[in-house]
Each structure stands twice: as structure tokens, then as C-alpha cells.
Design a protein around this ligand. Structure first.
Ligand code: IMP
Length: 403
């Protein structure tokens, strides 16, 4: 079996990219299977910080092939920005291959995303990157894939007309275009978009990546599938409606890459030693005050995509257990445990009844027996051993606990 998976077990931002970056040398290909530029994947190498949104986290290795799969929604403008910024550094990067079935985010998708959020009383806290409207047009069969754009088989005039009708419906005003600031730059936005799609088509191999990956599997290549967001943000299994618009769980690897489940082997489930969430929605065990501020500052808990401060909470066992089950996690990875060093107390919430929360005396460093007691308790609660523990931002700061 040639495919392993790295995915998030909480509300995103678990530190998946660092794990992918650490594991990548063992693989030939790293492939993204869902989400889009709403993701913010941070990797620190030799004191340099790289933030990836659309490009898979194997990109920092020059001998890796990185695939953006059909399940990803691709913003050509964001990709151009991200790629240009990365390649300005002197580093050599991997090769990027993009699915010709990936759906394109249109300028109007971002406008609709924001307009819907403004309309809602119960806010989602969307990143407003156009992800939801793009997936929803895909389901409506009004989407634009890279292939349909390249082959000119999509009627863009009809698509834009449909976009306008959606916006008109949201604003309930046929004259909305005259009133909204966003329309001032309407032509400029589309011009920029067309140029960026052409740039994507001219600079990368845009192909049937399902066929490419299946051939790679036949050739004995090893693939690492990289998830974005996290299980609690999954559209079916997350804290709906405060979720993203894609499936972020292991099942989505097959649909988002076009490969069979029989090829999947290990599933690395990544979780932080505490919880964070960006945006609205239920968040049991949320904390505030000086402890939350300490964790937020030490863990640099600010959204890598939006710059919004993340909400902080204690580790929720119930959510984690559910996520482990749904994904079939074979290797548990706990991240950012060093962030909790130096706190006077550390909590665990949503433990098995009748105990629902537990408070631990904090530890000074990771040699401290109190830290080991905390880890042991988490493993007992989850009924699974932790395979890897990440103890710092840099690439090398990972301890292997079990194999
Ligand atoms: P959207 O996917 O941009 O529509 O956002 C929906 C919800 O998912 C919001 O609460 C976002 O903050 C959250 N979200 C989306 N992408 C990420 C991510 O990569 N990390 C953490 N939260 C995310």
C-alpha cells in the first residue's frame, strides 16, 4: 500500500504542515486532496518561515513532486502570489502538478462568500477566500475546471451571468452593482483572473492527476496525502454549520485524488496539546484570561491566512476520540506540547463520564514527570498510543515515541 495520509483531528491549525515536511523525505509525491487557499500551512526551516496556502507542504524539497488534486478548489491569483513569493527565495523547490479537474475560484466567489457572511445572523467566520461558493457551484454544475477553461468548453459568459444572479439575489437589488465598492474594480478583477489562469496553464503541468497518481502507485512510488483544515471543520462530521465546505477526513483522500481506498496505509492524525479555533462555533473547554493569552502568545496562535487571533481551549478528549474513529487513525501525532511548558495548571476536558474535566499541575520542561503523566493520561483516555510528539517550530523538533 503506497499512500499515507496526514490530516487534522481538531479545528485546523494542528501543525500538519510541519509533520508533512518532516515525513516528506520518505515519500516521492505529496498531494493535497481538498480545501483551497483558506488553509495556512506554516513550515520553519533553518530559521526561515514559509507559509503555504495551496501548494503542498512537500514543496520545500527539490526532489518531490507536489500534486494539487481534483478535490482542491484553486484560486489562480492566490497560487501565482504564493508561488512567486516562495520562489523569490534562493531555495530550490519541488515540481508542482495540478489536476485539470480542479475547480477554479472566480473573483465573484470571494464576493459571494463575503456577501453571504454579511447576510448571516449566525456568522460562520469564513476566511472569505471563495471556497464555499466555488464548491457550491461545482455541485450546481456551474463550475469552471482548469480543463474546461483550457478547452474552451465552458461558457464563461453564462457562468458570469449566473454569478451576477447570485449576487443580485443576495443583495435583493438589481442596481447593486452601482452601490457596492467591490464592483468598481469589476473589469480589473476579471482581467487579473484571466491572466492568472493563463499563467497557471503556461507554468505547470495541468493534467489528469488521478491517472498520474495511479500510475505512480503502479510504479511503486510512495505518496503522502496532505489534508487541510481539520475533522471538526468537516462539512459532514464537524461542528455544522460552523465548518468549512469540504470533507477533510480520510475518506476524502479517495474522492479528492481519484485513488482507491485499498492503497491507503497509515493515517497520521495530528492534534495539538490544547485546542484552538478560528471563527465562530461551539468550542467546549474554551479558556480566556492570562492562561489563554500565554498560550496564544507562545504558540503564535494567529490565523496564518486571515491574521485573526485564534480562540484557545483545553484539549477535548471527546472530539479527539470521535475524530480518531472517523478517520481510522493509525498514528497519533501530538503537537505544540512545548507551548504548555511553564503553566501552573493544564486542563483536559470532555473526558469519559463520570469525570468530564481534569486539571493537572503544570510542568517546567518535557523531562518533567508531570508532563509524562499528562501524556499517559491522554493515551489512556484515547485508548491509543501517541507515535510522534512535536516539541518546537523547527523541522527537526519531533520525538518518535512508538513506531
Ligand atoms: P471557509 O472554509 O473559509 O469558508 O471558513 C469556514 C470556517 O473554517 C471558518 O471558521 C474558518 O476560520 C475555518 N477555516 C477554514 N480554513 C481553515 C484553516 O486552514 N485552519 C483553521 N480554520 C480554518
Amino acid at each position: 500500500m503506497s499512500v499515507d495520509v496526514v490530516l487534522g483531528l481538531q479545528w485546523g491549525d494542528e501543525g500538519k504542515a510541519k509533520i508533512v515536511d518532516n515525513l516528506a523525505p520518505r515519500y516521492d509525491i505529496v498531494a493535497r486532496f481538498q480545501g483551497g487557499a483558506n488553509a495556512g500551512h506554516t513550515i520553519n526551516v533553518d530559521g526561515v518561515k514559509y507559509v503555504l496556502h495551496l501548494i503542498p507542504s512537500g514543496f520545500l524539497y527539490k526532489d518531490k513532486v507536489c500534486v494539487i488534486g481534483n478535490g482542491v478548489v484553486l484560486d489562480p491569483i492566490e497560487l501565482q502570489k504564493e508561488y512567486t513569493a516562495l520562489t523569490q527565495s534562493r531555495r530550490e523547490f519541488g515540481q508542482l502538478i495540478i489536476s485539470d479537474s480542479a475547480h477554479l475560484i472566480l473573483p465573484t466567489h470571494k464576493m459571494i462568500d463575503q456577501a453571504l457572511e454579511d447576510l448571516r445572523k449566525n456568522k460562520i467566520g469564513t476566511t472569505a477566500k471563495g471556497i464555499g461558493p466555488c464548491y457550491s457551484d461545482k455541485a450546481q454544475r456551474f463550475g469552471v475546471t482548469l480543463k474546461s477553461y483550457r478547452d474552451r468548453s465552458v461558457n464563461l459568459t453564462e457562468v458570469i451571468e449566473y454569478q451576477l444572479r447570485q449576487l443580485e439575489g443576495i443583495y435583493r437589488d438589481p442596481h447593486f452593482m452601482n452601490d457596492k465598492d467591490s464592483f468598481v474594480e469589476w473589469d480589473k478583477r476579471w482581467k487579473e483572473w484571466y491572466a492568472a489562469v493563463d499563467w497557471v496553464l503556461n507554468n505547470f503541468k495541468v493534467t489528469n492527476t488521478s491517472q498520474y497518481l495511479n500510475q505512480a502507485i503502479r510504479d511503486g512510488k510512495k505518496i503522502l496525502a496532505e489534508g487541510a483544515q481539520g475533522t471538526m471543520l468537516d462539512i459532514d462530521h464537524g461542528t455544522y454549520p460552523h465548518v468549512t465546505s469540504s470533507n477533510c477526513i480520510s475518506g476524502a483522500v479517495c474522492t479528492g485524488l481519484g485513488i482507491s481506498p485499498k492503497h491507503i496505509n497509515d493515517i497520521y492524525g495530528v492534534f495539538k496539546a490544547y485546542c484552538t479555533r478560528v471563527g465562530e462555533g461551539d468550542f467546549d473547554g474554551e479558556i480566556s484570561g492570562s492562561t489563554a493569552a500565554y498560550i496564544a502568545e507562545k504558540g503564535r496562535e494567529v490565523g496564518a491566512t486571515t491574521g485573526r487571533p485564534r480562540r484557545i481551549g483545553w484539549l477535548s478528549i471527546r472530539h479527539l476520540k470521535q475524530a480518531i474513529e472517523i478517520n481510522g487513525v493509525t498514528k497519533l501525532v501530538m503537537t505544540k506540547v512545548d507551548v504548555l511548558n511553564g503553566l501552573s495548571r493544564v486542563g483536559l476536558v470532555n473526558l469519559s463520564s463520570p469525570i468530564v474535566a481534569k486539571s493537572y499541575i503544570g510542568w517546567t520542561d518535557l523531562q518533567d514527570v508531570r508532563f509524562h503523566r499528562f501524556i499517559a493520561d491522554v493515551e489512556i483516555e484515547l485508548d491509543q498510543q501517541i507515535a510522534l510528539v512535536s516539541i518546537g517550530a523547527d523541522r527537526q523538533s519531533i520525538i518518535e515515541l512508538t513506531t
